[in-house]
Design a protein around this ligand. Structure first.
Ligand SMILES: Cc1cc2nc3c(=O)[nH]c(=O)nc-3n(C[C@H](O)[C@H](O)[C@H](O)COP(=O)(O)OP(=O)(O)OC[C@H]3O[C@@H](n4cnc5c(N)ncnc54)[C@H](O)[C@@H]3O)c2cc1C
Length: 407
């Protein structure tokens, strides 16, 4: 496999590198430069503005909607350069990677004009209202309803596990708009403003002390009739595009956070003399090999996307299953290395600099970086399609096994 990039990609790399050098704060990435919680927040706000000015947020989007129309390889290079210096490259996860691309594909001209510039400017935040108490893996069983009342949809029902609902300006949600149609038909994809009396958000506290996801109750909540994306009763198809956007652009950088975390785990092992334990050494070697496999899988996904062989769904399922399960094993190893220390709150409430982006406990519940990552790894085999569901996809689409019988 030839892993070198064509000269024009390398020219583009130099351009990004220069931009980062010109814009990142002095001393960025050096051990001396540390930031408190509030400094981190200020930096994030200022950085989002600079990214917008540079045109780097969603830079693959068409120029007519404010993007730069980057090719896939240029996007890969962009991600690689930002990841190399650990500079954030995102305004709002749900806007940038889910609802934005969905609107570009399915939205009306009015919807694109209303929402796309705000997503690019980072001035609107989103949450995803798909899962319900009785509809997770089997999403098509959802029962939240939307009915037309004049020029508005009226929504009643409940969503759950809705990440960031407490901060979001809008929810993109799936609601049943035709109860008489078969399960997958009769669902619509709606854009609903969160700040209204018919919506109640109740945060759910997680094991790491944070409360990032929520129960969301809709009681006569409203949105304009025109906020349906992709046509009334066509929401299942639209949702499948939202869930299926291939992550080609970050294929070669996805492993990096695991590689950085691995270095932190090795440093802990050394500091505690556990690096002499043959069993620990064996498990560390396994963890390192797994990160390398993730890296190679990333190149495989990129090659697939560049050569148009279209195995994205199968590769995506294999990759998700692999990284989420192996990451859990690695974090169990990290806890074994920490030993009894891992059983007490190890953080200082600020979060270390070695693993930027790692989630931290709430105020008064200061967990350390490795503890935070251990806790969150438990959820990684659930969100974005559980490991078992990925196995079904691999079984049916890759191995050609018979389809799972319907219940
Ligand atoms: C951290 C986190 C953040 C999330 N954020 C969001 C969000 O922002 N918005 C949103 O809409 N949802 C969100 N979710 C929800 C997530 O999408 C669902 O949890 C997931 O789809 C699984 O659904 P469920 O929890 O109802 O489990 P279930 O579907 O009830 O599954 C329970 C168990 O049964 C297994 N199972 C189910 N069906 C099958 C099958 N056919 N074959 C084999 N095994 C099966 C599953 O693998 C699992 O082990 C989030 C979840 C987590 C953990």
């Amino acid at each position: 496999m030839d892993l070198s990039y064509p000269p024009e990609a390398e020219e583009f790399r130099a351009e990004i590198r220069q931009w980062l050098e010109d814009h990142l704060p002095e001393g960025w990435g050096t051990p001396e430069r540390t930031m408190s919680k509030s400094e981190r927040r200020d930096f994030a706000n200022a950085w989002a503005e600079q990214l917008h000015e540079g045109g780097w947020i969603c830079a693959s989007w068409p120029a007519e909607y404010g993007g730069k129309g980057l090719s896939l390889l240029q996007q890969v290079v962009l991600h690689e350069e930002f990841a190399r210096v650990q500079a954030p490259l995102r305004a709002d996860f749900f806007g940038d990677t889910l609802v934005g691309p969905t609107l570009l594909q399915w939205g009306t001209e009015e919807q694109k004009k209303e929402f796309i510039p705000r997503i690019l400017a980072g001035t609107v935040s989103w949450c995803q209202g798909f899962s319900e108490p009785d509809a997770g893996s089997d999403l098509a069983s959802l029962s939240t309803k939307a009915e037309l009342d004049g020029d508005e949809w009226v929504i009643n029902g409940q969503k759950v596990w809705t990440t960031q609902a407490q901060y979001a300006d809008y929810v993109f949600l799936l609601a049943r708009t035709n109860p008489d149609a078969p399960k997958h038909a009769g669902i619509s994809y709606l854009l609903v403003p969160m700040d209204q009396p018919g919506i109640e958000v109740r945060p759910i506290e997680q094991v790491d002390g944070t409360a990032e996801f929520n129960e969301v109750f809709f009681t006569g909540a409203r949105c304009p009739k025109d906020n349906v994306v992709g046509g009334v009763d066509n929401g299942w198809k639209v949702a499948m595009t939202t869930l299926g956007f291939e992550r080609g652009s970050s294929a070669t950088t996805g492993h990096r956070r695991f590689a950085r975390e691995f270095d932190v785990i090795v440093a802990e092992a050394r500091a505690r003399g556990k690096d002499k334990d043959p069993l620990v050494r064996q498990r560390l070697a396994r963890a390192w090999s797994n990160v390398k496999i993730m890296e190679i899988n990333g190149y495989r996904s990129l090659t697939d996307a560049l050569s148009g062989t279209r195995h994205a769904a199968a590769l995506g399922a294999c990759n998700k299953m692999f990284w989420s399960e192996t990451h859990q094993q690695t974090m169990e190893l990290a806890m074994d290395i920490l030993g009894l220390d891992g059983q007490v709150l190890m953080g200082d409430g600020e979060g270390g600099e070695a693993m930027p982006g790692v989630r931290r406990g709430r105020d008064g519940y200061p967990i350390g970086d490795l503890q935070a990552s251990f806790f969150f790894s438990r959820s990684e085999t659930i969100w974005g399609g559980t490991a078992q569901i990925q196995r079904n996809i691999v079984g049916e689409r890759v191995l050609g096994l018979p389809k799972e019988p319907a219940p």
